[in-house]
Design a protein around this ligand. Structure first.
Ligand code: SF4
Length: 163
């Protein structure tokens, strides 16, 4: 359904308006309070899409008497939209590309290039010490490569511009 911010309503495929009917607050087990907005259609009578559009077929009220209710979490939708904008922005693309190179690449380098397949020690403390040594060795290796390619002072690979 299409949302119109100015006026705060949805428009369905039968061109009917769904306006705010009520707001329900719910507290989760962790104490988080979420706010659900319920939009209700102005009129669903004689609509050909009704059997697919109106949910809850176990309801005692006959389908003919029911109208469409749409539940939505406004805060969640707003945050999701903001996130998507960040993800597809140029900076977002650069950070995602670098994450795949730097984080995933590090495991590949340690396992494949450095030939690390299994820990030589046992016990949490020793495994942690071995992991720290591995990470230090990997970082020194990275620094060496950066010095060689004159990339010190830069943290990110820049995006290649396509033609
Ligand atoms: S059932 Fe109601 S909300 Fe759904 S398409 Fe028809 S008129 Fe619109």
């Amino acid at each position: 359904m299409d949302y119109t911010e100015l006026g705060d309503y949805y428009t369905c495929k039968n061109n009917k308006k769904l306006t705010v009917n009520k707001i329900v607050k719910r507290k989760s087990k962790t104490g988080y309070i979420s706010e659900k907005t319920i939009y209700t259609s102005e009129d669903c009578s004689n609509c050909e899409h009704k059997s697919k559009c109106v949910k809850g077929h176990n309801c005692k009220t006959p389908l003919e008497e029911r109208v469409k209710n749409l539940e939505t979490l406004k805060l969640f939708n707003m945050l999701r939209k903001e996130n998507l904008e960040r993800i597809v922005s140029e900076e977002g693309c650069e950070l995602r590309m670098n994450r795949s190179i730097q984080a995933e690449g590090s495991f590949a380098e340690i396992k494949q290039d450095m030939g690390f397949r299994r820990y030589l020690s046992k016990g949490k403390k020793n495994v942690l010490a071995e992991s720290i040594l591995l990470a230090m060795a990997h970082n020194i290796n990275k620094l060496h490569n950066k010095i060689q390619s004159d990339r010190t002072g830069t943290h990110l690979f820049s995006l290649k511009k396509s033609a």
